[in-house]
Design a protein around this ligand. Structure first.
Ligand code: 13P
Length: 261
């Protein structure tokens, strides 16, 4: 079905780990381990905490690294009286390319609804960046057989009323909540089946070409040891990696998954 191969995107979500000194070291170490050829085959984004972003930007730019700077969240307004929040426009000014939106930790711990997530997606696009929109089911929902209902309703809310250009350029990350930080991964077959349902949903809402273009990541206990099998699935175009992205050696082996088949 694919018209042209979607370039995989491997993203490292550091969550609330690494201060700005540790962040600089981590990115420098990683850059020694990743080659020019790796970047020909995959895009790599790094999502440090907000307080590290300026430092990481400086390292990336001064050493001409090909990592794409990412953020983990943003507010949906451009400016205003929102104490403690971060404007998407400020992130764009720091050369941030990708912003994670609606991570399950934000949805569960900070009450982000589909409506808030949709506003954030719009704000990220308006600021000229690309959202990585997270969707996923809880263990309870999975056990009740509601995985697709939950995930596809989140996808519908994320793509509703958007132009085909926007939908085609966004990244959707399927992250089953029970697999995050637990060491449990969905089997590659299960992950493929949900990712393929996500693509079908995008085709229904936005057409074949858009469905073909949209990049879908899997996230949830991705490690060097399981990355190749996950990435081999036809509807999985990348990985959103948490814990394993904190260790440059492990993360570099995930980025080089194609060498470890
Ligand atoms: P882990 O890779 O630590 O399971 O985290 C996944 C995740 O939430 C990435 O956003």
């Amino acid at each position: 079905m694919p018209v042209e191969k979607r370039k995989p995107l491997i993203s490292g979500n550091w969550k609330m780990h690494h201060n700005h000194f540790e962040a600089i070291q981590c990115v420098q170490k990683l850059s020694y381990m990743v080659s020019k050829e790796d970047f020909e085959s995959v895009d790599v984004s790094i999502h440090p905490p907000f307080t590290d972003i300026r430092s990481v930007q400086t390292v990336i730019e001064s050493d001409d690294m090909r990592f794409i700077l990412g953020a983990q969240n943003c507010h949906f307004e451009e400016m205003g009286a929102f104490t403690g929040e971060v404007s998407p426009a400020f992130l764009a000014k720091l050369s941030v390319g990708y912003v994670i939106v609606g991570h399950s930790e934000r949805r569960e711990l900070f009450g982000e609804t589909d409506e808030v997530v949709a506003k954030k997606i719009s704000a990220v696009f308006t600021a000229g960046m690309t959202p990585i929109v997270c969707v996923g089911e809880t263990l309870e929902e999975r056990e009740q057989g509601c995985t697709e209902d939950k995930v596809l309703s989140q996808v519908r809310a994320a793509v509703a009323k958007r132009s085909p250009e926007q939908v085609g350029s966004m990244v959707i990350a399927y992250e089953p909540i029970w697999a995050i930080g637990t060491g449990k991964t969905a089997t590659a077959g299960d992950a493929q089946s949900v990712c393929s349902a996500i693509r079908r949903e995008v085709i229904v809402s936005s057409g074949n070409d858009v469905g073909d273009k949209v990049r879908i990541q899997y996230g949830g206990s991705v490690k060097a040891g399981n990355a190749a099998e996950i990435m081999a699935q036809p509807d999985i175009d990348g990985a959103l990696v948490g814990g394993a992205s904190l260790d440059p050696e492990e993360f570099s082996r995930i980025i080089q998954y194609r060498l470890h088949n």
